[in-house]
Design a protein around this ligand. Sequence first.
Ligand SMILES: Cc1cc2nc3c(=O)[nH]c(=O)nc-3n(C[C@H](O)[C@H](O)[C@H](O)COP(=O)(O)OP(=O)(O)OC[C@H]3O[C@@H](n4cnc5c(N)ncnc54)[C@H](O)[C@@H]3O)c2cc1C
Length: 481
Amino acid sequence: MNIPDSALDALVVGSGPNGLAAAITLARAGLAVRVYEGAAAAGGGLRSAELTLPGFVHDPCATVVATALVSPFFRSLDLAALGVELAHPEVPAAHVLSPDRAVLLHRSVDETAAGLGRGGAAWRRLMGPLARDAELLMPWILGPIPRPTRHLVAAARFGPAALLPAAALARLAFREEPARALIGALAAHAMVPLESPGSAAYGLVLATAAHAVGWPVVVGGSQHLADALVGEIRRLGGEVVTDAPVANLADLPPARAVLLDVTPRQLVALAGDRAPAAYARRLGRFRYGPGVCKMDWALGGPIPWRAPELATAGTVHLGGRLAELASAERSVAAGRMPRRPFVILVQATVMDPTRAPAGRHTVWAYAHVPHGSEVDATDLIEAEIERAAPGFGDLVLARHVRTAAAHEAYNPNLVGGDIGGGLATLPQVLARPTLAWDPYRTPIPRVYLCSSSTPPGGGVHGMAGHRAAISALGREFGTRV
Ligand SMILES: Cc1cc2nc3c(=O)[nH]c(=O)nc-3n(C[C@H](O)[C@H](O)[C@H](O)COP(=O)(O)OP(=O)(O)OC[C@H]3O[C@@H](n4cnc5c(N)ncnc54)[C@H](O)[C@@H]3O)c2cc1C
């Protein structure tokens, strides 16, 4: 550690994208900041590792960084100057409707619409204005909602549709199955039943990002993005210490602000009797969501998709028709393992061949599973891929699997394997982690929460950390950003 304890202004516990964003925002204001990370490498959900074989780079957690490209925090950084290169697939995402039939989500709204048959015109009507207004909408959507916005027309196009259950939006907006399933699968990233109010928001945000900025991965692995953020903290005079788990706030050196990149359950444990009992009880009611069973493969060749156009897509959704998707997500929410789970797959080497030896490939996928599940879903996930790509299994050189339960040991923020920092139901999106005008501030003096358990929730955008830092700067240092 280079900064003497007595010179520290602010501390951050946890170096996920939100912790690192918080540290950068604080350091930019001239504060001396130290980040404590419990793991051996910084990055939280933005790490990479050779999980299968030497020479094959895998992202254990986040791999598609679309939300970073629409995030005002990440847009304030010159990623290229920080040495981060992005690789875009020809087609951001695809949805497998049946083993030999896929629907493609292109960068272009028109091209997407052209592939949706009679649903095309409705896709253009719904997504065209949102994609056009993405720059106005995203800073508002990625902040605590509801907040006033100057862009009322754009907000009026997003808000009412976003508040709907995804299944209702799909059926109201589209008459045909391809568009219904496409928007349903995008919304299913939220990991709440597609009948839940507000679940449509995820579908709309992810489709808007695909059209506006694409769904890229980081060349060489997500760790490069985390390392660039750490480099920026150091350039600004801050420091990041790894292998430094914090067990209790009392163990930290004194500082005027402490920002916690942890979930509510950990906050209560870290604070001990510093947390007012009523606040600890409210946080105790915070709900965590379903988990994921995550797989990574080293492959001897590209995936032999039945529908050849899938070879051009970075992300592939395997989930069938809207009704099938909805049924799988309902089961998971009810704590039952579906017979055919929804699988999200990323074939990163299609756009970034540096991640594997020449001619070889890496594949990343997860299935939604019940909270805390110890089920190894390898057979179910591989069966879904094999249906759409017979012969996949013959290409597998090595595989790595992490169950929902095992995720929490990898990163304590992944409670029960929940990758979103808490259930994304509408009430908990609006009041995250509790109902408050400033959701980042806690009643514990000088302590702020800055993880994905605060607005805007899960994803690599750094906006929870950035906004928590702005709150701390204003309240503790009198600095307006
Ligand atoms: C399998 C999986 C796939 C995902 N895919 C994507 C994707 O493709 N795109 C996307 O945008 N998002 C994806 N996500 C979600 C994304 O990774 C998270 O939303 C994001 O990382 C949350 O950032 P965070 O900073 O809030 O927390 P995290 O990234 O979870 O970081 C928290 C950090 O705090 C550390 N920590 C916790 N407690 C302590 C303590 N007491 N002391 C010290 N350190 C501590 C942890 O070790 C960890 O490093 C995925 C997540 C998972 C698990």
